[in-house]
Design a protein around this ligand. Structure first.
Ligand SMILES: Cc1cc2nc3c(=O)[nH]c(=O)nc-3n(C[C@H](O)[C@H](O)[C@H](O)COP(=O)(O)OP(=O)(O)OC[C@H]3O[C@@H](n4cnc5c(N)ncnc54)[C@H](O)[C@@H]3O)c2cc1C
Length: 748
């Protein structure tokens, strides 16, 4: 028995047992269901750069490449967004058939079960490609490949379930939907009252042990057309037919929608984006026990299963959609800022327009970098609970900011809806992305740091587990070892945080080339963050869970650090393109600024005065976080404004727009305006209008024609859609053609 253990650790142990939150069995299972990766390095304050740099750059196999160049392109060519959202309220039937035939619904299902067996990166590339053309098409493809029966059966299904369901799902013979959300239970899904009772019932002519289900779910994507629901409900066993636990709790089961009592078919209209989404109800629906995903052994394990399945899908679906929307916003806004003139200048030359343009371009680069890094790690077989939540939140928030910036720059052109408006579909999709797969506020305030901290901290989870050990002696032994390890780690980190807060630099890797300083600055913030997080645990303990504003800011700092790491990694993977450096620097500078602000506000709101004082002294959160300079902002804006390989790279791997579509017309106008720039420069130098220059013989007929062609192309883009009253009444049946009394009489 050591003095330290018995006299010091014991007291701290007793204090920690009351101060730290205890973990329920469900919470522990859910936490164990997710892995951590490089975010844990950032959390620990001294990142091991080799871990980041050794992750192989994500690539596509020949089959995956061919799938994008072939079936994905053909699928997109079948879809007309205006027609889908404003007339048909659905994909064309042949597009549904095509999706089934080509295996789109089985991207994540391994080849041995009849699926395409794509990597996480390929899956993400497919969703990103389709999203660049059609949100409805993308959502329809993404849902069966994300959280739902496919993923749940893959991870937890019995062999019988795998061999029965996976080939049918892969071929699209079964169309799945995933039913978790109900009226009472949104973000707090565990509060659901959807109910399953263990009982005997008739199944295929025999009496078997099963579950009688009653549910009322809403917002369920694909529910109106689904053939099988992956249903989450609370299982009860009042008569003890399954075992001695009367309330096993949340359970996931497969419910064919043709069973008596299942109601599907009614539809919601999600933000005018007409993918299949609607409510579903079940009234005394009976299923056998083997329909529990994973079989009866998995009764009551639904929450852990959901957390585990979410860890993959959340890192792919919405980040990929957001990456596409943001890249298109950057590309199109750069082009529009080049062709639209006001006050005799292209609007992209005004500093006021360059600011949003730079933000959008850097967001596009950063989100895509995060997406690439996340999928590369997922492809190493990790279940990324924290990183997936970071990506879900930040990709959709940056999409929201970028599409709004793009709308501002396009102004009236973006406001007027119609087939030529290429921003409206993304604009309408924003609230959907923000809300689904964990609404963003709760994701930021509760999940990223609140749950992530327990997973990513080098000691916390082990300490909490030790505290809960019923064998007090063993608990104290473990806690003694962990706690003093923690103290040593924190002390070293505090010195590191102080040193690097003075120099502005931490440890950077060898051979980091022109971004060595950015690695060093990221390391500086990592140690400042680690020290702040540690003091938050120490001073707030279990109360940190309820201090959502503090938790959210710490989550912001962790997330921004992850995005900077992703940007640095992307630059490396892309072969250190010199031309992309302004994007890298701008993205890093904005993140460093956000980290500084987040830590500053966290420290300002610490309840303990001594902790505020100590952290300000040791981490200096206000230093080294100025944000991008005006020069850098202009450089980045010009990368989106002028033609360049960097600009092309932003949209590489996206669906090429049809020539007569809004985006196609924009690309043509952009090219013609750039081609004719030397002519316009000549006119400016001569101070002549085209007509005067032609009359003076300094502009040829052919040159005049080129200028006119470019001008006409610009006018086609700047023009917006308008509709005759008759065409509008087609969209809105019952529309009055013209309410003015004399016109109304004339019409009658
Ligand atoms: C188009 C669409 C498709 C969907 N598809 C599916 C599907 O296929 N399957 C499915 O099961 N569900 C689906 N959903 C449901 C979706 O997951 C929920 O809408 C989401 O979980 C939020 O629930 P809620 O809308 O009831 O909001 P609420 O839970 O009522 O939340 C309201 C607000 O409070 C915030 N909030 C809640 N709790 C906290 C907290 N502790 N701290 C801070 N903020 C908090 C939330 O972030 C939100 O901003 C879909 C929803 C939509 C709109």
């Amino acid at each position: 028995m050591s003095f330290r253990r018995d006299q010091i650790t014991r007291r701290i142990f007793n204090w920690a047992q009351t101060a730290l939150p205890s973990l329920s069995k469900t919470e522990s299972e859910a936490i164990a269901a997710g892995d951590v990766h490089f975010e844990a390095e950032l959390f620990a304050g001294n990142p091991d750069w080799s871990m980041l740099r050794d992750i192989p750059a994500p690539t596509l196999t020949a089959d995956e490449r061919a799938f994008i160049d072939g079936p994905c392109r053909d699928f997109c060519n079948m879809l007309d967004t205006w027609q889908i959202d404003r007339h048909a309220a659905d994909l064309p039937p042949e597009a549904w058939d095509f999706l089934r035939e080509k295996g789109f619904f089985g991207m994540i299902i391994p080849k041995e079960h009849g699926g395409l067996g794509f990597s996480a990166f390929a899956h993400s590339e497919v969703v990103r490609y389709i999203s660049s053309h059609s949100v409805v098409g993308a959502v329809t493809v993404m849902v069966p490949n994300s959280l739902g029966p496919g993923e749940l059966i893959l991870q937890f299904g019995t062999e019988a379930q795998k061999s029965h369901w996976l080939p049918r799902l892969a071929r699209g013979e079964e169309l799945p939907a995933f039913g978790l959300t109900s009226e009472q239970a949104g973000s707090d899904a565990s509060a659901m009252i959807d109910d399953g009772v263990i009982c005997k019932g008739a199944w295929q002519g025999e009496e078997v042990l099963g579950i009688r289900l009653n549910w009322a779910k809403r917002y369920i994507t694909l529910a109106p057309v689904s053939t099988v629901l992956g249903l989450a409900f609370k299982l009860r066993d009042p008569d003890g037919l399954l075992g001695d636990n009367p309330e096993p709790g949340i359970t996931c089961a497969l419910v064919p929608t043709d069973l008596p009592g299942v109601v599907t078919g009614r539809r919601h209209m999600p933000s005018g984006t007409m993918f299949m989404n609607g409510p579903t109800e079940g009234h005394d629906v009976f299923i056998p026990l083997e329909n529990i995903i994973g079989g009866p052994d998995y009764a009551g394990k639904g929450w852990m299963m959901l957390m585990s399945a979410l860890a993959a899908g959340r890192g792919i679906s919405l980040p990929s959609l957001s990456a596409a929307a943001t890249a298109l916003s950057a590309h199109s806004t750069g082009a529009y800022a080049r062709i639209r003139t006001q006050f005799n200048l292209p609007i992209g030359l005004f500093g006021g327009v360059q600011e949003p343009l730079a933000r959008i371009a850097a967001n596009a680069y950063a989100i895509d970098s995060g997406r690439r890094l996340t999928t590369a790690i997922l492809d190493q077989g990790k279940k990324l609970a924290v990183i997936s939540a970071i990506m879900k939140y930040h990709a959709t928030e940056r999409m929201r900011a970028s599409v709004n910036d793009a709308m501002d720059v396009h102004s009236g052109k973006a406001v007027i809806d119609g087939p030529l408006n290429y921003l409206q579909p993304a604009y309408r999709a924003i609230p959907i992305g923000i809300t689904v797969e964990g609404a963003n506020i709760v994701t930021r305030n509760l999940i990223i740091f609140g749950q992530g901290a327990i997973r990513a901290h080098p000691y916390l989870l082990d300490e909490m587990t030790a505290l809960q050990n019923e064998d007090r002696d063993k608990a104290l032994d473990d806690f003694d070892r962990l706690f003093w390890g923690h103290v040593g780690h924190s002390t070293k980190n505090a010195f590191r945080a102080f040193g690097s807060s003075l120099t502005g630099k931490g440890r950077a890797p060898e051979n980091a080339g022109k971004v060595r300083d950015l690695y060093g600055r990221l390391a500086r913030w990592s140690s400042a963050f680690a020290m702040t997080a540690d003091l938050a645990f120490l001073t707030l303990g279990g109360a940190l869970k309820r201090k959502e504003m503090i938790s959210a800011r710490l989550g912001d700092a962790l997330s921004e650090m992850f995005l900077v790491a992703a940007v640095l990694k992307r630059w490396e993977d892309d072969g250190r393109n010199e031309a992309d450096l302004p994007l890298v620097r701008y993205a890093a500078e904005t993140s460093f600024q956000s980290i500084g602000r987040a830590l500053e506000a966290t420290i300002d709101n610490f309840p303990a005065t001594w902790a505020r004082w100590l952290l300000r002294l040791m981490t200096r959160p206000g230093a080294h976080s100025r944000g991008p300079s005006d020069d850098l902002t202009e450089k980045v804006a010009m990368l989106a404004y002028q033609p360049s390989e960097t600009r092309n790279r932003l949209v590489s791997g996206l669906h090429p727009p049809a020539p007569e579509s809004g985006l196609g017309l924009l690309e043509t106008a952009y090219r013609l305006v750039l081609d004719t720039e030397p002519l316009r420069k000549r006119l400016r130098d001569l101070k002549k209008s085209p007509a005067d220059a032609k009359a003076a013989g300094v502009l040829s007929d052919a040159e005049m024609a080129r200028l006119q062609e470019a001008e006409a192309a610009v006018q086609r883009v700047v023009a917006v859609d308008d509709f005759t009253p008759e065409a509008l009444s087609d969209l809105f049946p019952g529309t009055t053609t013209d309410p003015r009394p004399d016109h109304r009489e004339a019409a009658e």
